[in-house]
Unconditional design. Structure first.
Length: 317
């Protein structure tokens, strides 16, 4: 258990350091703008590009794994939406963001670093595939459903255009696809360029986790909406169980692949949930609460999943 804590606590520790700094220092939230830009457009794309470009292209061709992991995310999204509708009496627009909180884990900020630390380099390919498929699905369905609720843009064709544009221009998806192309073509880069990319990749996780802590600290809330605990339970408990069942149903898969799917499903709600809530001006305060409480609660749930994997108590046939 000490080994598991030594792996997990640095990740949560950076979040808590960011949270403490956000509470202690009264700096405006606008100060995070360039840090968030660096993460979204430079460092995280470099990390995903590096993972994909170093992975043999043959390993990326695994349709049953893609179907199983994406289906798990879809089911978690639908279930979290249902929880929001039934418990919180949310509108479709609000329930869409609640569904995002129940399905989209911190696969960008925490996922790659944690998976590689727990499972080694064999987790690189499944981590990148899960990130791409989850992002494509969620960044498609959420804008689509939001557009359908927007009275100014009721056209289905317009909604589809917005969805396609967001997918094509998403820097994380673009970098992952470019990395896969480089892997397929066996493109090798000069040493200087590789070193630059390595600097950027190393900066991704610490910067992202610190920024997550600060952002959560700057969100004030007076109460916990009734639907939030249910949505968090879907993300931290139901989603990993769905991933486990689907790995068995669609498998067999290699142990590192199945374990990576379970670990990624157990991640807490991503900061992107709050970002998309604010962009669409809906379910903003509950989204920030879900990210905050979900991150704190995952210290127990995610660490437990890591312990089961690392100790060999969870073995996929």
């Amino acid at each position: 258990m000490i080994d598991i804590l030594n792996l997990a606590l640095p990740y949560f520790g950076l979040i808590f350091i960011g949270y403490a700094c956000g509470k202690a220092k009264a700096l405006p939230e606008s100060g995070l703008a360039w840090m968030n830009f660096f993460l979204l457009y430079v460092s995280l794309p470099a990390l995903l590009f590096g993972i994909m470009s170093r992975t043999p292209f043959a390993e990326l061709n695994n349709p049953p794994f893609l179907i199983a992991t994406t289906l798990g995310t879809m089911l978690a999204f639908a279930l979290a939406m249902l929880v929001g509708k039934l418990i919180g009496k949310l509108t479709l627009r609000e329930a869409t963001i609640a569904g995002l909180a129940g399905a989209y884990g911190n696969v960008g900020y925490m996922g790659p670093g944690l998976a590689l630390a727990v499972l080694g380099n064999k987790a690189a390919a499944p981590t990148a595939l899960i990130f791409c498929c989850d992002s494509i699905f969620l960044f498609s369905i959420v804008p689509f459903m939001i557009e359908l609720t927007d009275r100014e843009h009721p056209s289905l064709l317009h909604a589809l255009g917005v969805v396609v544009k967001q997918i094509v221009l998403n820097p994380l998806i673009m970098s992952a696809c470019l990395g896969a192309l480089c892997a397929a073509l066996h493109i090798e880069f000069p040493v200087a360029l590789n070193n630059t990319l390595q600097f950027l990749q190393n900066a991704a996780a610490p910067t992202a986790l610190f920024a997550l802590g600060v952002t959560v600290a700057l969100r004030s809330f007076e109460r916990v909406p009734w639907e939030v605990p249910g949505v968090i339970a879907v993300k931290l408990l139901v989603h990993p169980l769905l991933a486990f069942g689907l790995m068995l149903a669609f498998g067999p898969f290699a142990q590192p692949w199945a374990a990576t799917a379970l670990l990624m499903a157990a991640l807490p709600p991503a900061l992107n949930v709050f970002v998309m809530a604010r962009q669409n001006d809906t379910w903003i305060e509950p989204a920030s609460v879900a990210v905050l409480i979900g991150t704190f609660a995952s210290v127990v749930t995610l660490t437990s999943v890591m312990w089961f994997i690392q100790t060999g108590r969870l073995v996929f046939p």
